[in-house]
Ligand binder design. Structure first.
Ligand code: GLC
Ligand code: MG
Length: 532
């Protein structure tokens, strides 16, 4: 059962993309010691847990999502001593540490795969997914790789194809094989014993594929400009019923230890997403809710997304919300230049665990990457339609020093042009900056229980206005967000909007009493508190 008061229900999560957070050894790539140096920023911000994208031994074909040793730290990021030091420093500061578990596939350089491809009768052969060619010698079925092209790579030495949902350098493990399960569960135990507080599980809905490898159906809604793998629906290659048994087993491993969390990366429609809480909530504690990542930024659409999500939650399941990650365009660029503060207020006042993406707290935007400088394998394979993920992975902007204080070398991705102004030092000093808004929102969430545990109640509104309440026994909090640039005036009569402004997105209305009319400027959000 989901425990009341658990840290992963009450806390705020922060995703670090380690390559881009802070370099400490002048190689242009962020590392673990760099993260340790920057923990004070996170403590001032007030977050409760950090999730690190993969830091394990990897050839970096997909920047760490291709793992060659699940229990080794890649030298680019440091050593196991550095890792232990990071966990200790984080814990000393009261921060939990969540690692990225990538169980769906390994690197093609992982010893398991090197052995598996060695011979058909190798004991590791069945750890991966091998099929004979179709009668015409082509791939066994029509499944496509998410990163472009077919999902089957021919291995000439053993004359069979292996399956890769992502790059050919990321062969999928065979999760129907009990030895694979046992091996990954032991990887989990290794890190849990070291004191990590849980895992974000990469593409958890992909783990089990159709036993008969049936062809996927065509996607009738496909249109040009979308990634080519969307031409077929992944009916048989992902979200298979048997995956829930695996998720429950992972949860059982998590439950061997006290107070740890299991988070699942899942891009599925809301009804499917809910199944990952598991039967009687024995699945993931938090199946990531990515609905806002692709939401059209309109009040009515967001209102409907929240309503659908709240309505679909199984009894006792704890919600969560995500506004940005290392795979999707930066929120500041998705919502337009005037709305990032409103988006921040939304994320931090909704019911459920919020996950922030590094840099969003200083309003970092999607950076244009010149074609010759593209690093992301997805963009390299499928160029020109805007799938590139480099632009949301650029170095954290710490200061006006060269390379934004991220590195003293040439950074692996360019630093955004606006860094001399948009950086942590500068925005800290500016009382009304977005960074200080994030800090204030986080403080407010911690001091007003209704924002954490209170019920969510929509309030009818029109146009660009999004209105809702968070209520518990002692307090009612009203959130009013103006998603448009025109001012709006709302009569409070009969709507119970009276009270005192706790926070405005422009940080200049604290303490104002609302009585009769609530006036919002364009692009403004306010939080109104009232004791009951
Ligand atoms: C997940 C990761 C993404 C990675 C992919 C393959 O979606 O978030 O960055 O490329 O899995 O591992
Ligand atoms: Mg480095």
């Amino acid at each position: 059962m989901a425990e009341r008061g658990a840290w992963w229900r009450e806390g705020i999560f922060y995703q670090i993309y380690p390559r881009s957070f802070q370099d400490s050894d002048c190689d242009g790539v962020g590392d673990l010691t760099g993260i340790i140096h920057r923990l004070p920023h996170l403590l001032t911000l007030g977050v409760d847990a950090i999730w690190l994208s993969p830091i394990f031994t990897s050839p970096m074909a997909d920047f760490g999502y291709d793992i060659a040793d699940y229990t080794g730290i890649d030298p680019l990021y440091g050593t196991m001593e550095d890792f232990d030091a990071l966990v200790k420093a984080a814990h000393d500061g009261g921060l939990k540490v969540i690692l990225d578990l990538v169980p769906n596939h390994t690197s093609d350089q992982h010893p398991w795969f090197l052995q598996a491809r060695h011979a058909r009768d190798d004991p590791h052969r069945d750890w991966y997914i091998w099929r004979d060619p179709a009668p015409d010698g082509g791939p066994p079925n029509n499944w496509l790789s998410e990163f472009g092209g077919g999902a089957w790579a021919f291995d000439s030495k053993t004359a069979q194809y292996y399956y890769h949902a992502f790059l050919a350098q990321q062969p999928d493990l065979n999760w129907r094989n009990p030895q694979v399960r046992a091996a990954i569960y032991n990887v989990m135990r290794f890190w849990l014993r070291k004191g990590v507080d849980g895992f974000r599980v990469d593409v958890i809905w992909h783990l089990i594929k159709d036993a008969q490898f049936r062809d996927n159906p065509a996607n009738p809604d496909y249109h040009g400009g979308r990634p080519p793998h969307e031409q077929i629906l992944s009916r048989y290659s992902a979200d298979r019923p048997e995956v829930h048994e695996v998720v429950a087993e992972m949860r059982a491993v998590i439950d061997e230890f006290d107070d740890r969390v299991l988070i699942g990366e899942i891009y599925l429609p809301v009804e499917r997403l809910m199944t990952y809480y598991g039967k009687d909530l024995t699945g993931a504690h938090l199946p990531f809710n990515f609905a806002l990542l692709s939401a059209p930024w309109h009040a009515r659409e967001i209102e409907a997304i929240i309503a659908d999500y709240e309505a679909a939650l199984p009894p006792g399941a704890w919600p969560n919300w995500v506004l940005g990650n290392h795979d999707r365009p930066r929120v500041a660029s998705r919502v337009g230049p005037d709305q990032p503060r409103v988006a921040a207020m939304l994320l931090l006042t909704l019911r459920g665990t919020p996950t922030l993406y590094y840099g969003d707290e200083i309003g970092m935007h999607q950076v244009e990457i010149a074609p010759g400088e593209v690093r992301d394998p997805f963009e390299r394979n499928v160029p020109g339609i805007g799938v590139g993920r480099d632009g949301c992975r650029t170095p954290m902007q710490w200061s006006a020093l060269p390379q934004a204080g991220f590195t003293q070398a040439v950074p692996w991705l360019p630093v955004a042009d606006d860094f001399t102004h948009e950086n942590v030092v500068n925005l800290s000093a500016d009382r009304r900056s977005i960074l200080n808004l994030y800090r204030a929102l986080i403080r407010m969430r911690k001091t007003h229980r209704a924002l954490v545990t209170g019920r969510y109640r929509p309030v009818a509104a029109q146009g660009d206005l999004l209105l809702y309440r968070r209520e518990d026994d002692g307090e009612v909090i009203t959130v009013a967000l103006n998603l448009g640039d025109e001012p709006v005036a709302i009569a409070t009569e009969g709507r119970g909007l009276d009270g005192e402004i706790l926070l405005s997105t422009w940080l200049d209305r604290d303490g104002e009493r609302i009585d009769g009319t609530l006036d919002l400027r364009g692009n403004e959000g306010v939080v109104i508190g009232k004791a009951i």
